[in-house]
Design a protein around this ligand. Structure first.
Ligand SMILES: [Zn+2]
Ligand SMILES: [Zn+2]
Length: 443
């Protein structure tokens, strides 16, 4: 019976041996960026890889998602390793698609490399007979909560229920057979640690807003029109007036954009659209700030005598890193890079992720790996070190799986027994459905 250390050495050796292929997969995905729920080529590539490795898998989950299974010899928990399929839209990014502006400015191509790295480790290292439980490899669609108009359209057509990939996978029951979950995200913090785990993140609500006025000749008869752009401007200013009321401890972030500003320059704008998030540390704080934002949106419509349609869509839940799972991962991170290079932070970050949703219903972790430079979501964000950004986190996650599922999965079972998820699936769905709200205000 091989020891855990021997099994870990085997999976790491396998990842090293297939290093070039793993990195090349990441680079191919970088060169073919696709935004959420449109990741056709990316999804196909992951499926082709799984097929080549002999990994049984489902495709087309939440439109583009993939879920592969590798089973151990004995009974035990199912551990999911996730990667995200989608890119952002950053048209001036070095690797942007010139037609769509899609670009991997958040490093999700590296996550998929990491996913492929763990896939080859468990497919080829010959360790599965020594594990109890299953390794489940999930390529999840649509983490970046963007193109809200497009996605809300998919929702209205009944193609999706929620606007983000992992939420939708939960809705479809694809997380029902998973017990523990982990996903590594890259960071580009200068001087940041090679591997890091811990901390919480903001949750958020997303909003799609439409100001409706009345079109008229902008030069000859503006008095006959109702200017929806002016309504939007007043709403934006009104939102700014609320900022002094946000408490530091709630880490509120409200950052609207105008996605449609008018029809033609010589017509009084009659249809102006915005999107925003309302982020915060707790659901209570998010809801309070959201009410304030709604008031400001109505104020814009009221001022010009127009109308505003406000769709409030359930966004992400705050991230909770499970203590037991985090400790196991940390042990492996320390073994790989040493104490000086492991970030052990309990800090709060003001971004948001739908791994937060998974972390509400099961023990989960969302570690970070370096290997990137530039500004996250900016035009210069790039993975500059694939060894750090892809290979190292693949090893850390594969080693963590060994700890969880070797020796009859005693550690995995222990973590499960100790953890108490914040929400049951039923409570999660009623929370999500309760947050959805559509209103029209006639000013
Ligand atoms: Zn991102
Ligand atoms: Zn990301």
């Amino acid at each position: 019976m091989p020891t855990k250390e021997e099994l870990k050495a085997k999976v790491c050796r396998e990842i090293d041996q297939r290093r070039d292929e793993i990195i090349q997969t990441s680079i191919t995905i970088l060169e073919n960026p696709e935004t959420g729920f449109r990741e056709i080529k990316t999804s196909r590539l992951v499926s082709e890889k799984f097929k080549a490795y002999g990994i049984a898998h489902k495709t087309g989950l939440a439109l583009t998602g993939i879920k592969g299974y590798l089973s151990g010899a004995g009974e035990g928990p199912s551990v999911a390793i996730l990667g995200e399929l989608d890119s952002l839209i950053v048209p001036d990014h070095l690797k942007a698609d010139c037609d769509t502006g899609a670009a991997h400015a958040c490093g999700h191509h590296a996550q998929l490399g990491t996913l492929i790295g763990t896939a080859v480790a468990f497919a080829y290292a010959g360790v599965m007979p020594n594990l109890s439980g299953r390794v489940v490899l999930i390529a999840a669609p649509a983490e970046e909560y963007i193109e809200i108009n497009f996605r809300n359209g998919l929702r209205k057509e009944g193609k999706i229920t929620y606007l983000a990939g992992k939420q939708e996978l939960i809705k479809l029951g694809e997380l029902d057979d998973i017990d523990l979950a982990m996903m590594t995200h890259n960071h580009s913090i200068p001087g940041g640690k090679k591997l890091g785990v811990g901390g919480t993140s903001n949750g958020m609500l997303a909003k799609q807003i439409q100001f409706l006025g009345l079109g008229a000749h902008a030069g000859a008869a503006p008095h006959k029109g109702i200017n929806a752009l002016n309504a939007a401007m007043i709403a934006l200013s009104a939102i700014h007036t609320q900022r002094e009321t946000f408490r530091e401890r709630d880490t509120i972030r409200v950052h609207p954009i105008i996605t449609q500003g008018g029809e033609a320059v010589n017509i009084v704008p009659s249809d102006v659209r915005m999107e925003t998030y309302v982020r915060g540390k707790t659901l209570e704080a998010i809801k309070k700030a959201n009410d304030q934002v709604d008031r400001c949106l109505r104020a814009g419509a009221l001022a010009v005598g127009g109308r505003v349609r406000i769709a409030t869509l359930p966004g992400y839940s705050p991230m909770i890193n499970d203590f037991g799972l985090k400790e196991v991962y940390k042990g492996n991170a320390l073994a790989l890079v040493g104490e000086d290079e492991v970030g052990q932070t309990d800090a709060h970050t003001t971004g948001s992720t739908d791994m937060g949703d998974i972390s509400q219903i099961m023990p989960a972790i969302h570690p970070y790996a370096g290997g990137a430079v530039g500004i996250s979501h900016g035009k210069d964000f790039m993975i500059n070190d694939y060894e750090l950004g892809v290979i190292l986190p693949a090893k850390a996650m594969a080693m963590t799986v060994i700890d969880l599922l070797a020796d009859g999965a005693v550690t995995g079972k222990e973590i499960l027994a100790k953890s108490k998820p914040t929400l049951t699936r039923k409570e999660y769905f009623s929370l999500m459905d309760g947050l959805l709200k559509e209103e029209e205000y006639d000013g």
